[in-house]
Design a protein. Structure first.
Length: 468
């Protein structure tokens, strides 16, 4: 729809003339994220500064039935923040303050536009830990983490975003403002609207304040890089480590191509990969007692030595640890720089990882595409990067979607699901019928309708071929 001058004038009165943009360059910037090469600019970008301004904007949107999308740092991988129907894009970048760090109760109250790493560093200065660490934590915002229920490497031991959210201030699509819960560790009072909001991908409300719980920071960690001659054995070793009674703080899987491309892409990484190595596991254990950690590292060695492995690298210094983590966190960027690609975010029970990896390769052979796999193997979360390479444009458009559907069908058959941490958004919505029955999808659509009766907030996401 076209926004008439009267509506634009109303929006300008709310945020001021310096924070409303209709020029093509700005609109294009806010119409893209990290999802492939998609571009869906809003017709206008507004940048509110507080909850009341967001509420006033949504009241206008609801009155005139204008599609409206909350826009964060634009690091998403599912197209969740793209304005596919134009309308109003609400950038949350001015919501960039940490309001309070409560050291007595181990809580932090923050606005959604704070960079996740900035938040982590702020609490670390006080000896506290917010452990959720998505690979993009140096650029993504905590509000986007809430929207997608982000995870990361250390979700294995510490959990994902939902496990730390206590309370949210939310502006509903009608412009009403609510707090969803309480600043308490236990809450059995009514429906759990807090957890409903987490992972709802900006379709039910716009989060304007966040209360997170924190934990004490561990003092020590040990990091190992284990090279495997067979990728499927690396996946088998994941479950074996847990069955031996060890719970690592992180356990990451990287295929050979993922490491090779990253070493070429990132300067200063000094990691040697011997011939015939197919995959690596990056394994971290943490705690407060170095002697206990060394015992756990020795147990891990005993487990992985049952498989065909090369020499294990112990990271002896902080510099070496940082280099290994930089390698892991740079994989997605390296893959993107190497080729046009599509990234899928599969997750299965960890014991099923070898079957998933084997099946993905077989499906790729069937449909003629290469895949590069890596991810949070410790919690069964495998990122599948499908590489265009030398595929024709026609095969890329027609054959790859068939292959993706088969990958998701395999994933669900292994008791898994479509996304572990990236969300459904725009690009995965037409696969939702694989994971959910018609009854299940209709129930979710009815929940959406209760919160957003005029379907103005982030429409066209999550639900297959629907307007919601």
């Amino acid at each position: 729809m076209n926004l008439n001058p009267e509506i634009l004038s109303e929006l300008e009165k709310i945020v001021g003339p310096s924070y409303i943009f209709t020029d093509e360059a700005t609109r294009r910037t806010y119409g893209q994220d990290e999802t492939e090469d998609l571009s869906f600019p809003p017709q206008v970008v507004v940048k509110p500064a507080n909850t009341e301004e967001v509420a006033q904007i949504l009241k206008i949107s609801n009155t005139y039935k204008i599609p409206t999308v909350p826009i964060g740092a634009r690091t998403g991988l599912s197209g969740g923040a793209l304005s596919i129907f134009g309308g109003i894009g609400i950038s949350m970048e001015r919501f960039n303050k940490i309001i309070e760090i409560d050291e007595q109760n181990l809580q932090i109250t923050t606005e959604p536009g704070v960079i996740t790493q900035v938040l982590r560093e702020a609490v670390a200065e006080k000896g506290l830990l917010y452990p959720v660490d998505p690979s993009s934590m140096g650029s993504c915002w905590i509000g986007g983490n809430i929207a997608e229920n982000s995870g990361g490497a250390r979700a294995l031991k510490y959990g994902v975003t939902k496990d730390y959210v206590l309370n949210l201030e939310v502006v509903l699509p009608t412009g009403d403002v609510i707090w969803t819960g309480a600043n308490t560790l236990k809450n059995s009072t009514g429906y759990n609207l807090t957890q409903l909001m987490v992972g709802s991908e900006g379709t039910l409300g716009i989060v304007t304040k966040i209360v997170l719980k924190l934990i004490p920071q561990n003092k020590h960690n040990v990091l190992l890089l284990v090279p495997f001659y067979k990728a499927e054995q690396a996946c088998e070793a994941v479950s074996a480590i847990f069955r031996a009674g060890i719970v690592p703080s992180a356990l990451e899987f990287m295929e050979r191509d993922a490491i090779d491309w990253t070493l070429k892409f990132v300067d200063g990484l000094n990691v040697t990969v011997n011939d015939n190595i197919q995959a690596h596991l990056l394994i971290e254990v943490d705690g407060n007692y170095p002697e206990v950690l060394m015992q756990e590292a020795e147990q891990i060695l005993t487990v992985v030595e049952q498989f065909e492995i090369d020499e294990v690298l112990f990271a002896d210094t902080e510099e070496q640890k940082n280099a290994l983590w930089k390698m892991r966190r740079s994989v997605a960027e390296a893959v993107k720089a190497n080729s046009i690609y599509k990234e899928e975010d599969t997750v299965v029970p960890r014991y099923e990882l070898p079957k998933l990896l084997k099946g993905i390769k077989e499906i790729g052979t069937k449909y003629g595409f290469q895949s590069v796999c890596y991810g949070h193997a410790g919690d069964g979360n495998l990122h599948v990067n499908i590489i265009k390479g030398t595929m024709t444009d026609d095969n890329w458009k027609t054959e790859v979607p068939k292959g993706i559907r088969e990958i998701f069908e395999l994933t669900v058959s292994l008791k898994g699901t479509l996304s572990g941490e990236h969300g459904i958004g725009l690009v995965q919505k037409n696969y939702m019928d694989i994971a959910f029955s018609k009854v299940h999808l209709e129930l979710m659509e009815r929940i959406k309708a209760v919160f957003d009766p005029n379907n103005i907030l982030n429409p066209g996401k999550i639900f297959p071929d629907a307007s919601n």
